[in-house]
Write a protein that binds this ligand. Structure first.
Ligand code: SAH
Length: 365
């Protein structure tokens, strides 16, 4: 039996033919009625996955300190936009603002903006940010362009669609998603890849062995370029945290997560989160030269450089044994290499206007 979202996808495929992975993800995650992000709050131990801000308040506190430092380096503008992309439950923004409320002038200057598609999560964000009067956006276009901007995004880029190519004996093909009407299941199929998309594969990887998979994420990379243009034009910085690899490489990273487990990407569509790993080298490939790229660095190293261990010690001093155990568990989950510390990477885009002496030196890189 197909669920309502699978009915929609099967119908679209029977009308227009197989879909590329990006088209499939866009419908599975973002369909206005049945899309994964449109109908539920996926976070937490009882949900589908746990993100860094939901692991521990320490994460938001460190990022809040980072933002306040950048704001200071920018000369403490009396008005600036703090834009969070894909804010989930609003926990990160709430923790950041709480952490920096003692920084003189910051709270008066900050305008909170959210880029968010999910009505369910927008409601959660509104509850988490009472008193801050956030503004929501569907795209970057409506975000104010007349003030400096600091952009933050945790586990946002991985949700933006990608396309998957596979080397065959006949050359590079695109892995697309078809629907098997007899078995009533979605399945992968191959079609010849357009020259335009094959051009995205770096030369040194074009000769990969038969069977190799290569992922390209034009939507994600263009999004980052748009952010870079904003940072360059308006002044400010952007910080993105996500799982992925530093150097472009072959490999199939398409994944589905449900109930804190990996599940089949083509099964129970719309009930699991669909993502892929971020290729950080490709991500920053088109960033204009007026903007400086810092990192990527591993999340563990970044948070340590910002003083997360010291902050944890301070909190431990006043904590009950239960709270202390919880705090330590959260700290290790965020920074240890066998947990989130190494797979997750942090990248920063900073205005690099050396002539005006405004070359940003972001902490943690
Ligand atoms: N940053 C949060 C949530 C990460 S999950 C955290 O760390 O807990 C991804 C978030 O991005 C969700 O809020 C989801 O609704 C949002 N999202 C996914 N695709 C989006 C898109 N194309 N535009 C805007 N928001 C999107």
């Amino acid at each position: 039996m197909l669920n309502p979202l699978e009915e929609v996808l099967a119908k679209q495929i029977s009308m227009h033919g197989p879909m590329d992975v990006g088209q499939f993800m866009a419908v599975a995650l973002g369909h206005p009625e049945h899309g994964y992000y449109m109908k539920k709050d996926p976070f937490g131990a009882d949900g589908d996955f746990v993100t860094a801000p939901e692991v521990s308040q320490l994460f938001g506190e460190m990022l809040g300190a980072w933002v306040a430092d950048v704001w200071g380096q920018m000369g403490r503008p009396s008005r600036f936009a703090l834009l969070e992309c894909g804010p989930g439950r609003g926990t990160l923004m709430a923790d950041m603002l709480r952490a920096v409320r003692g920084v003189g002038g910051f709270i008066e200057a900050v305008e909170v903006h959210f880029l968010e598609v999910s009505p369910v999560l927008r409601a959660a964000q509104r509850r988490a940010l009472t008193g801050f009067n956030p503004r929501w956006h569907e795209t970057l276009e409506t975000v104010p362009d007349d003030v400096p901007v600091i952009v933050i995004g945790n586990e946002f880029l991985d949700a933006l669609g990608f396309r998957s190519l596979q080397k065959t004996r006949e050359g590079w093909c695109e892995r697309v998603i078809a629907f098997d009407e007899d078995q009533e299941v979605f399945c992968f199929a191959l079609r010849p890849a357009g020259t335009e998309i094959v051009a995205e594969i770096p030369f040194h990887l074009r000769g990969s062995a038969v069977g190799a998979v290569f992922e390209v994420a034009p939507v994600r990379n263009q999004f980052l370029t748009q952010v870079a243009l904003r940072v360059g034009a308006q002044g400010g910085a952007a910080l993105f945290v996500d799982y992925g690899h530093e150097k472009t490489a072959v490999g199939d990273t398409f994944q589905a997560v449900k109930g804190n487990n990996y599940v089949d990407v083509l099964h129970d569509v719309g009930e699991a989160d669909l993502t892929s790993h971020v290729d950080f080298e490709a991500l920053v490939g088109d960033v204009p030269s007026a903007v400086k790229v810092h990192g990527p660095v591993a999340q563990g190293a970044f948070l340590r450089a910002l003083g997360i261990e010291l902050r944890a010690q301070r909190l431990l001093a006043g904590a009950s044994p239960e709270q202390g155990a919880e705090l330590e568990k959260g700290l290790h989950r965020l920074i240890d290499s066998d947990q989130m510390g190494a797979l997750f990477k942090v990248i920063c885009l900073g205005g690099d206007d050396a002539e005006r002496g405004q070359s940003l030196r972001p902490c943690g890189f």
